[in-house]
Design a protein. Structure first.
Ligand SMILES: [Cu+2]
Length: 212
């Protein structure tokens, strides 16, 4: 399995995003094929000279009014469906589908060109600082606080969750959970300087017992 792949989701958010992607691919494929069929029929009719008499022009005028009306109605329906889909997807991505429980909290600070990771804990002795590589328990909510000390970076683990920016002077929050054990590659997704391409990260998802 390519752990960098956005269409092989292993996280709560990435699953929703890939569902949306496949849904759109299906709908747009059907629409494309329909348009091509109608286009071929129209070209065929124009070639054979159908509809060139004055009488049939009148009929085709009436028909084109129906077609325009139907197209407008279809656009309205599609817009409403997309609005509803957007609303439902937003609810999913905001974490209402994530597992219950106390999240593992980590503060991530973006630097040119590395990620500083700090595991939050009640007792100071349990706080851990590390760089670039995260270790997380599976099926447990994860809450990342994202900050930056220099320029804007963007934290992105394609197989797990969408991008979220790290902005100087602002703390952003990213919540998700990992559904399968494995190692997942990540990448800074906002151009931040000459070494931007080397600003990688990695998340190792382990069983909760091993994480403790
Ligand atoms: Cu960066």
């Amino acid at each position: 399995m390519n752990a960098h792949h956005v269409l092989q989701p292993a996280g709560s958010d990435a699953g929703t995003v890939s569902q949306l992607w496949w849904g759109f691919l299906g709908i747009t494929t059907v629409v494309y094929l329909l348009v091509m069929v109608v286009l071929c029929v129209a070209i065929g009719r124009a070639r054979s000279g159908v509809g060139s008499s004055p009488d049939s022009r009148l009929r085709s005028d009436a028909r084109s009014r129906i077609v325009v009306g139907a197209a407008m109605a279809a656009s309205l329906v599609i817009l409403l469906v997309m609005l509803a889909g957007d609303f439902l997807l937003g609810k999913d991505v905001l974490g209402e589908r994530s597992p219950e429980g106390e999240p593992v909290r980590i503060t991530i600070t973006g630097h040119q060109f590395w990620w500083q990771l700090e595991y939050d804990a009640e007792t100071p002795g349990d706080r851990v600082s590390t760089a670039n590589e995260l270790v997380e328990p599976v099926n447990t909510p994860i809450e990342l606080s994202l900050r930056s000390t220099d320029v804007i970076h963007s934290f992105w683990l394609p197989a797990l969750a969408g991008k979220k920016d790290l902005i100087p002077g602002l703390t952003n929050t990213l919540r998700f959970s990992v559904l399968r054990e494995g190692t997942y590659e990540g990448q800074c997704a906002e151009f931040c300087g000459y070494q931007h391409a080397n600003m990688r990260t990695r998340l190792k998802a382990v069983p909760p017992a091993e994480f403790e």
